[in-house]
Design a binder for this molecule. Structure first.
Ligand code: BG6
Ligand code: MG
Length: 212
């Protein structure tokens, strides 16, 4: 029996992954580095700087630490412009109904995200004060696939790992949860991961899993 659900943010609660892609693509184009949707899959769940390192694998020259910081800042500016256009209407009915239903059942709800933009995104979606605990990229030293973000969320909730369910869309996120000993719900590409406990097609299937 589960007492808590820890949700990843990007690609689970909202479709910000498409904005990440557009922003990284603009950054990569500006330094003439090849980047496409396939490479973008590898960035899911990993931190901003680690994402840049993956993109720079294709670069024809070395970049200094200072240049790398500038490039991540540039990407984040483009990304935040899109985030600032988001509103409550970007929260799907299915996600909202599922969150509400779980909360009504007395399940504790948390966010476990690598993103340093988590608070901004939750605010845009009208979810600023909705979750019991929010652990994000500002609270951790090791990003997914390290389990730190989920372990910290479970600890802050005061719920043992075995009584938490982690919901993820990314392989790095499933690896992180698996390494931390959590059972997982996998949506999108994470539904195909060998370590995913419950692969689902539709987000609201989480309700059945919890109430079972
Ligand atoms: C994760 C995304 O949630 O956050 C990654 O899946 C992203 O793609 C990471 O790189 C860091 O995000 P941000 O908002 O701090 O740049
Ligand atoms: Mg994600």
């Amino acid at each position: 029996n589960k007492k808590a659900v820890i949700f990843d943010l990007d690609g689970v609660i909202c479709s910000t992954d498409k904005y990440h892609y557009i922003a990284w693509k603009a950054m990569a184009d500006s330094i003439q580095v090849y980047f496409d949707e396939n490479i973008n899959h590898r960035l899911r769940g990993v931190s901003r700087m680690e994402s840049l390192e993956i993109i720079l694998e294709r670069a024809k020259r070395e970049f200094t630490e200072e240049e790398k910081i500038q490039l991540t800042e540039k990407k984040n500016q483009i990304y935040q412009k899109m985030l600032n256009q988001m509103s409550e209407s970007d929260l799907s009915g299915e996600v909202w109904n599922t969150l509400k239903r779980l909360k009504e059942s007395g399940i504790l709800l948390a966010i476990g995200s690598s993103s340093k933009n988590t608070k901004l995104i939750l605010e845009r979606l009208g979810l600023k004060d909705f979750f019991d605990i929010v652990i994000d990229g500002n609270d951790i030293s090791n990003s997914k696939p390290d389990p730190e973000v989920f372990l910290k969320a479970a600890d802050s909730l005061g719920v043992p790992v075995e009584e938490c369910l982690v919901v993820e869309d990314a392989n790095a996120g499933i690896q992180a949860a698996y390494a931390g000993g959590f059972q997982t719900v996998g949506v999108q590409e994470a539904a195909g991961n060998e370590h995913t406990t419950f692969p689902v097609k539709h987000f609201d299937e989480i309700i059945k899993l919890i109430e079972a």
